[in-house]
Design a binder for this molecule. Sequence first.
Ligand code: 2M8
Length: 446
Amino acid sequence: MNDRFSEPKTETDLLKEARRVLQHNLLGAFTKPAPSLYPHQWNWDAGFIALGWAPTNFKQACSEMTALFRGQWSNGMVPQIVFSVKNSGKYFPGYRFWETQGLPGKPRNARTSGLTMPAVHGFVLQRLLEQAPDVREARPFFRRMYDRVLLLHDYLYTLRDPHGEGLAFICHPWESGMDNLPTWETVFETIHFDPEKDVPAYERMDLQHVDAPFRPRKESYDRYIYLVNILRKSHYKKPELWNDYPFKVQEPMFNAILSHSNEAMMELGKWLGKDTGQLREWHEQTNKAINDKLWDEQRGVYVSFDLVQQRQVPVVTAAGLIPLLSGAPDQVRAERLTALLQNPKFSGTAENPAWLCASTALDDPGFDPFRYWRGPVWINMNWMMYHALLRYNQPALAARLRDDSLELVRRHGFWEYYNPWKKQSGGCGTDQFSWTAALVIDWLRQ
Ligand code: 2M8
């Protein structure tokens, strides 16, 4: 890349470089996650990216959210990807593959995928409001967004929670945002399909941008496409679709983010003069359900629940600590989680120390320090964990997450993810990654 950055040294340099990354990936109304690997708008990326724009260009921060919600379906679903018309040929699966075009309930003026992603928007809006240069001027934006986000939460608590448990299920690994966790391997052990017959022909584009050892294996892509094919054949909507649909998982991070966004929306709602009773109920119900159903007492961490097999999936990942963000764990569980973070599973050993926080536990059989979501450190996970630990009055551990993150960026640049081993250390995936830059900006403004 000819505009590679020189190694930033000071916080001022880092901030300058971070702003340059966002500027470089800016496509007008929204900012793409990375220069070539991800040429469209992604759902939770947009939320993190908005936080990066907020301090210097509040209008752009709002625009990220508005552009994303232009893709919202009439049932409330906010899509994983809103496709940019100009770049439609460079990413797989492109919008044509999803066959969402012309479906009832889908917005006419936006091309979208047919899945959703973690609902970060509520807590992003709250953080944007804190930074609004002119609160009165920004009020119509927040009023509009409040209604949109409420509609999204309503979708998650109805169509994704048919038994009213307070836990929304995801129907595809892509919906978790952590597409390649070993958790999904375990879920797929009981899903049988024939890759020759049940997976339509497809050509991956990601490997044209990034080396294969950093990306998911072919078996994983076959699974992703197998599930998309079932969904698109059903037009993403038949209620009976879910009866024999093979992948329905209640995942702790997805639900903790939703729960935290409910809390944030309550604050926003009060400011807008709304009745926030429903949001409080959702927040309390979800925190309780996370504890009742997703806590793994043996491992001292939250894990996913496979609704098809009716069992927990006992894989230790960084996602299992994120319920701290919504205040779900009591003091005893919080202590077990913080102990876990500091034990060899995430911190490594004196001989082989690790940066916080590996996406998959360092001793998990599926752990891989290079492959995405199988072990590398992700800055958005660290940022959420940082805020979660502050909530539980753990400033020193929170500071370690922030310092490790900033040090990784300082040493290696704005990568999508980083090798967690301190002795190997390096950036992986794509360079000039937007949410890495955006969250560095957010950290440095504090
Ligand atoms: C990654 O996912 C996309 C599919 O959604 C991909 O690999 O093609 C994930 O890391 C996801 O969390 C992220 O939102 C997306 C764009 O950064 O890339």
